[in-house]
Write a protein that binds this ligand. Structure first.
Ligand SMILES: [Cu+2]
Length: 279
């Protein structure tokens, strides 16, 4: 009796507490701040709950068998072979589950790559080891490198973990500044090896391939600072090319554009000939 209660408790944990904790946990995907990131989160949770259901059924059946059909209770095992009904059921049910997951996933993929009706474009170029953001409409080139402050670690004897410094390896000299509420098309490529532009809060991870331009779009709903990093091992400096996106209301974004143009008048002539290593 004692054992039965134990297994019932484990089963309840399986269908209730554990998945609920996982769904809200730091280890889950972030909900993000773009329509696509919300949809990706929804897909993730759909798959997660389906898996929880399957796990509950499978482990429930195993537990049931262990408890009620163990050898001490049934020394003579039952004998049965082939059941067409059962085989049809366990083929059809997974097929339906796959369709239930594949249809919405395919829809989100198509929507994520549909860059029609974008309101502005930013070209994102990966280099060993920095990102360049080009705003063709305003002839702005932003070279975004790891900030020195980001490399600082907590001093010895401070009682802090050396890497407890805020945004360790995740701050840059110049962020990618984007307006809130606008559909921004990102054209992503590389000038050397394969990199990957990844910002979880935006629901974007796109490979930056030399000789190929990938496109994706974001519409950021909330002003804020969103951090990511290169997500494709691209050489010894792979860990030193973080991504910082600053999303600002439109008026502030326009003010940033004007200010940048005043401070960097040469960019207008230089949009097509980057010198990332020296700049
Ligand atoms: Cu990289």
């Amino acid at each position: 009796m004692k054992h039965q209660r134990f297994w019932v408790w484990i089963a309840l944990m399986g269908v209730g507490a554990v998945p609920r904790t996982m769904a809200a946990s730091l280890y889950n995907l972030p909900r993000g701040v773009t329509p696509i990131s919300h949809e990706i989160y929804g897909l993730n949770m759909l798959a997660f709950w389906i898996m929880c259901g399957i796990a509950a059924v499978v482990f429930g059946a195993i537990t049931w068998s262990i408890i009620f059909h163990r050898r001490s209770r049934h020394p003579k095992p039952a004998e049965f072979h082939e059941s067409t009904v059962l085989e049809v059921v366990w083929t059809v049910i997974p097929f339906i589950i796959l369709i239930v997951m594949a249809v919405p996933a395919a829809r989100v993929l198509l929507r994520a790559e549909n860059v029609h009706h974008s309101e502005m474009t930013v070209e994102v170029t990966g280099y060993q080891w920095l990102w360049r953001y080009t705003y063709p409409r305003w002839h702005i080139n932003v070279y975004s490198r790891l900030a020195n402050s980001s490399l600082r670690i907590a001093p010895l004897n401070s009682g802090l973990s050396p890497y407890s410094v805020p945004h360790y390896l995740h701050s840059v000299t110049h962020p990618l500044v984007l307006p809130v509420g606008e559909k921004v098309r990102l054209l992503i490529t590389s000038k050397d090896v394969i990199h990957s532009w990844w910002v979880p809060d935006l629901g974007v991870q796109m490979d930056a391939n030399p000789g190929l331009v990938n496109s994706i779009w974001v519409r950021i709903e909330k002003p804020g600072i969103y951090r990511g990093q290169c997500n494709q091992i691209c050489g010894w400096g792979h860990a030193y090319m973080p991504i910082v996106v600053v999303a600002e209301p439109k008026a502030q974004f326009q003010a940033w554009v004007r200010e940048w143009q005043e401070r960097h008048p040469a960019d207008a002539d230089d949009a097509s000939s980057p010198t990332p290593q020296g700049s």
